[in-house]
Design a protein around this ligand. Structure first.
Ligand code: SOE
Length: 379
């Protein structure tokens, strides 16, 4: 019989749904020592959070996150609120001895992320950040192939995250749903929201970034603010590209934007190594493209691996070979890994320290774009 691990979630937006779905599914598919119990969900408005709690099966609601942290029946706090609240909640949660699962990006900037990292490490509370794409089976398979040395020495790492939902100048900034456009709530624009995913995956697959040169643009300079009702300056980056050098000597090229008409969430990466190359595309997330130069010449070509067989990462837990899974399963996998790591005393990643490293890259991007200079990533 598994033991309960009581979850208190703060926030109930898109990510609140993705995580809640993960908590509800994980114990049906993974044999784990702990099973998440949806104990409480917290948001400022009882009117809004109550229907959410009923829909997802949370046992109770809170309207003040401090009260949630005081509760003895909460083991883990899941932070799904805008970026400018992550630090305050995390610091208080660590002080209260709660485990923390925090949405990405971890913080508004690297110094804030460092403070949070030091707090959870000092409090010795298990912690994790929701960079969920690591847990898409095809991406996990890419990690496996790289670690086995199948690609050999890596020369190039290319990644994009393209969307098109902010092109209209009439779209306001700020408030529910649109806080991602408000620099005071988000800290940055596409760099922190989208490139952060690409950077997390890249650091995991290809190791640390040594230095970078970035360019950002804000195409729409002013938007009405939903909270003040006034037209205000837009402080976020609408688009960002950067080139970099990794510690292993490979060259990186990254681009993200919310102005790529026709692309809704096109996260892609390609890695070129001495022996082989791999490519992945979120719109076709269950496939990994693989080219191996060691194949006999007449057979050489790109293979499209349908990552759905029982021996592919995570897939043995789902249906029968050949039947694919989707975006939401990456959250189920992340929760499974978190619970397993907790049970075995071997914490799952990315933890706050990993997410702090991503944050160092994000800060360097903004600094480089502002100063039009190459920036070296600390340590
Ligand atoms: C932005 O539109 C967004 O929802 C990000 O905030 C998520 O992290 C990303 O996975 C999908 O796009």
């Amino acid at each position: 019989m598994s033991k309960p691990l009581n979850i208190g979630m703060i926030g109930y937006g898109f990510m609140g749904r993705a995580h809640s779905n993960g908590y509800r599914k994980v114990s049906h598919f993974f044999d784990l020592e702990y099973r998440p119990v949806l104990k409480a969900v917290c948001a400022r408005s009882a009117d809004k959070v109550k229907p959410f709690a009923d829909q997802w099966g949370y046992e109770s609601i809170e309207t003040d996150w401090r009260k949630l942290l005081e509760r003895k029946d909460i083991d883990a706090v899941d932070i799904c609120t805008p970026n400018n609240t992550h630090a305050e909640i995390s610091l208080a949660a660590a002080a209260a001895g709660k485990m923390i699962l925090c949405e990405k990006p971890l913080a508004m900037n690297a110094p804030e992320a460092l403070k949070m990292t030091e707090a959870v490490e000092k409090a010795k509370v298990p912690n994790m950040v929701w960079y969920n794409y690591r847990r898409v089976p095809a991406v996990t398979l890419a990690k496996q192939l790289i670690d086995e040395g199948k690609l050999g020495k890596i020369f190039h790492y290319r990644a994009n995250f393209l969307q098109d939902w902010t092109i209209s100048a009439d779209l306001p900034q700020g408030g529910a749903g649109l806080w991602r456009l408000d620099v005071a709530a988000a800290g940055s624009g596409v760099s922190g929201d989208l490139l952060a995913h690409c950077i997390d995956t890249a650091l995991w697959l290809n190791g640390g970034i040594r230095d970078l040169n970035a360019m950002t643009e804000t195409f729409i300079k002013e938007r009405k603010h939903n909270l003040t009702g006034k037209v205000e300056k837009v402080g976020i980056d609408d688009a960002c590209t950067f080139m970099c050098r990794f510690g292993n000597g490979s060259l990186g090229l990254f681009e993200s934007t919310r102005y790529a008409r026709g692309h809704k969430a096109l996260y892609t990466f390609e890695i070129n190594g001495e022996h082989a190359s791999i490519k992945w595309d979120l719109h076709d997330l269950h496939r990994l493209q693989y080219f191996d130069h060691r194949d006999p010449g007449i057979l050489r070509g790109w293979r499209s691996i349908h990552v759905s067989d029982g021996d592919h990462p995570y897939m043995g837990k789902w249906w029968v070979p050949g039947l694919q899974i989707g975006y939401e399963h990456s959250f189920v996998h992340q929760i499974a890994d978190f619970l397993e790591g907790y049970a075995k005393g071997k914490p799952a990643q990315p933890d706050f320290r990993d997410a702090y490293r991503t944050q160092l890259v994000l800060d360097a991007i903004l600094e480089s774009a502002r100063d039009r200079q190459w920036v070296t990533i600390p340590g």
